[in-house]
Every structure is written in C-alpha cells, then in structure tokens.
Design a binder for this molecule. Structure first.
Ligand code: SF4
Length: 424
C-alpha cells in the first residue's frame, strides 16, 4: 500500500467566519478520526502570524472572507508568504471568493473554494495525502497557464451527512439548521452560493449536536437559518409551524436549562413568514425577547426592483403580528439600492419613523454590491448631506441604529478599488 502524506489544515477564523469554519472542521474531523494523516487546527485570524509549519506535512492555510473583509485577508496572506514562502499552500473560501474566484486568486491565494466546502475540503485532503494537486477537488479554482481553471460543484451537500459543529473538538458557535433560499433578492449572495432550494437539517441531527454541546457545558444555543421562520417550509411565503415546533421542541428538550435563540441576529425573518401561528411556536420555545424582520425599503418600487417578493404593507403587518405575539421587534432597512431615488429614500425614512412610532427599532444598513450577485460592481446611490442629517436625527431620537455610515464608506472604497484595478 502506498504511504500517505501527512496533511494539516490550519483554519484562520474570526467571529464572522466562525460558523463556516466549524462546518469545515466538523467535516475533516470525521475523516481524521479514522486517518491519522489528517490533522486540523484552528487559530484566531489575528494570531495567524504566530503559527509554525512542519516541513514533513503538506500544509494548507485556509481563510474565509466576506467582501468587506477580503482586502484584510489578502494583506495577511501577503505578510505570511513574505515570512514563510513555500511552507504552505493558501486557500480562500466563503461568499467573496465564491462570487469572484478570479479576483481571489489574483490577490495571491493558491486555491479558491467556491460554494459549499464540506465535500471539497475532504477531497482536497484525499488528493494532497496521495501526493496529487488539491486543485483537482470539485469546487476548487486555481490559476493555470495565466487563466482560471476549475468548476463549481453541481450537487448541493446533504446537510444530514455532516455535523453542524465539530464532534471531537469543542468549537461552540451558531448551529446552522438549513441552507439556501428560494428567494432571489438581487443584493444577496445566499441563493447564489447555496442555491434556491432550501435544505434543512433534520430535527434528529440538530438534536444530536445540541445534546453533545450541552454535555460539554454550552448553555446558549443560537440556531442559524437565512430566513428564520422558513424551517421546514416547502412553499414560498408559507411557514410550516408544525415542522418548526418539532425541531424547536427537540432542541429545547435536549438542552434542559439552556437558552435557545432563533429569529434574532444574524438570522432574520422575512415579513411574509410572520404569521400568528409561526410566531406562537417561536414564542413558546425561544429565549430571545426580540426578532429581526427584514423590511429593506419603504418603497414598493425599490422592493420590486431587487425582487424582494413582498411589499411595505407586509412589513407593517409583520411588525404588528410579531408584537401581538409577544416579541419586541427590530426591522432591517437598507439604503443605496441603484433604483432608489430621493422620493424612495424619503419613503424609507418615513417608514423608519412610522415603525418607531409603533414601538419597533430600525437597524439601518447601506448596500454593498456583492460579487456574484446581479448588483455586483453597480454603484449604489450614495447619501446626500440632507439625507445623512435626517438619518442622524432619527438616530438621536433612538429610532434608528446601525453602521450605515461605515458601510457606505466601505462600499465606496471597495468600488473605487475595483475601478482602479480594472483600469490598471
Ligand atoms: S430572503 Fe434573505 S436570504 Fe433569501 S435571498 Fe432574500 S435576503 Fe437573501
């Protein structure tokens, strides 16, 4: 039998990428359990420069980034390469790399993992362990002869074949209970990365993870789903309260004394899924006092332009239903959509004010045109001085909060950077 090469994967993670990292470690751990040639370690991103490398191993350093964090990842890679050239192969994954494999590779990464990583990372291990190039794994892109080579995976992973959290190492974070989204909002990477069919982990599989981590002392269980009330749903806009209840009931009973969170950050709820029945189930089982509803705009014209599939009145109705069901409510709104004119923006400010009057809080965001989405590279409508002043006034009155200033600046810097690199 041919000797296998020892392979080590080092995952550099931060708070935002912790859940994605957990899924990859969980996938590799299942292999490493039977195969000592596979080792895995995780390191906080800011401590990446402290790691050592073993020349006897094939070393991979894996990072993941959203678009706003990508320049920082590329800089960290350049610094590590400058000190430890040739000691490792670098891998980048997650939404930014999935949307723009070429850009990720041109920034210096050896491999770009596009899409879901659980099967890809196992294939990379098998290839590297047998002395072959990990670029042969499905879903991996690399530079070859000056061009980008690679193919996206065709099949979505079956979530029940993989643990949400590592089963050997304690790595607590959000528990991903489903993936994909049947909606296609123009600014959102989720359906473009994970597909438009929604897949859910089974209640039994979720319960297994919760039980194990409860035994390991975890007390807060935060469940993650792009559209939190869609668990088990099979039709657009129609929640399945019975599926939700079965899953939440099993989670609760497997973590007695623990707290369960769903529908609060970072999961949000589409307004059309906020029905009295679904809210009643949520209220019975979760510990969060508030839920976050994705409202996005106060203008029906703008909502239609980004294919949201709901109206402003749906947002008003959802706020009332959620409040009547016993929740405090936050509504996510966003500014900067390309189709948004001054009147649309006024409508969003008016909606924020109206929702504030109904006792809701508004989280205001500014659009980031993300790679891989229909809005990639499109310049958002930036705010005027008067609009900023109106927003500041709403913030001072406690109606609006959020990081829209920083997000607007990030979007501006990102697009300037893109335009400079296109012109170079
Ligand atoms: S409903 Fe939410 S997750 Fe789905 S596409 Fe729209 S923004 Fe993305």
């Amino acid at each position: 039998m041919r000797m296998k090469h020892g392979v080590r994967f080092t995952f550099a993670f931060d708070r935002a990428s912790r859940t994605a990292t957990a899924a990859l470690i969980a996938s590799l751990e299942a292999v490493a359990g039977d195969d000592p040639s596979c080792t895995v370690r995780a390191v906080l991103f800011e401590r990446l420069d402290e790691i050592d490398f073993d020349t006897a191993l094939v070393e991979f350093v894996c990072m993941s980034a959203m678009t706003s964090g990508f320049p920082g990842r590329a800089e960290a890679l350049a610094a590590l390469k400058a000190r430890r050239a040739g000691a490792f192969r670098s891998v980048i994954g997650w939404p930014h790399a999935t949307g723009d494999p070429r850009g990720a590779l041109e920034a210096g990464f050896d491999y770009c993992c596009a899409g879901e990583g659980e099967e890809t990372i196992r294939e990379m291990f098998e290839l590297a362990a047998s002395g072959r190039d990990a670029a042969g794994a499905g879903g991996v892109f690399t530079m070859r002869d000056g061009g980008v080579a690679g193919e996206r995976r065709r099949r979505a992973v079956d979530l029940d074949e993989f643990d949400a959290l590592p089963g050997r190492t304690r790595f607590p974070t959000y528990i991903e209970i489903g993936r994909g989204c049947m909606w296609g909002c123009a600014y959102c990477q989720t359906p473009r990365i994970f597909g438009r069919s929604e897949r859910f982990r089974s209640p039994a599989r979720i319960e297994e993870t919760v039980s194990r981590y409860a035994r390991w002392g975890m007390t807060d269980f935060r469940l993650l789903l792009p559209n939190a009330l869609a668990y088990g749903s099979v039709r657009p806009g129609a929640p399945e309260p019975s599926a939700l209840e079965e899953m939440l009931g099993r989670v609760r009973s497997s973590c007695r004394g623990g707290r369960v969170f769903l529908g609060s950050f970072p999961s949000e709820v589409r307004p059309d899924y906020v029905t009295p029945e679904a809210v009643a189930v949520l209220r019975e089982y979760v510990s969060n006092e508030s839920i976050v509803i994705g409202g996005q705009s106060g203008s029906d014209r703008v909502l239609a332009s980004v294919a949201r599939g709901h109206t402003v009145d749906d947002v008003r109705r959802a706020v009332d239903v959620a409040k009547a069901g016993g929740f405090r409510v936050s509504v996510d709104l966003m500014l900067g959509f390309p189709a948004e004119g001054p009147a649309d923006r006024e409508a969003t400010f008016d909606l924020a004010e109206e929702l504030g009057g109904r006792g809701a809080r508004v989280n205001m965001h500014f659009l980031m045109p993300l790679p891989g989405t229909p809005l990639a590279g499109v310049r958002p409508a930036f705010l005027s001085g008067d609009e900023r002043r109106r927003l500041d006034g709403l913030a001072q009155r406690g109606i609006v909060r959020g990081h829209w200033r920083r997000q607007e600046e990030t979007a501006r810097r990102w697009l300037d950077r893109e335009e400079r690199s296109r012109d170079a």
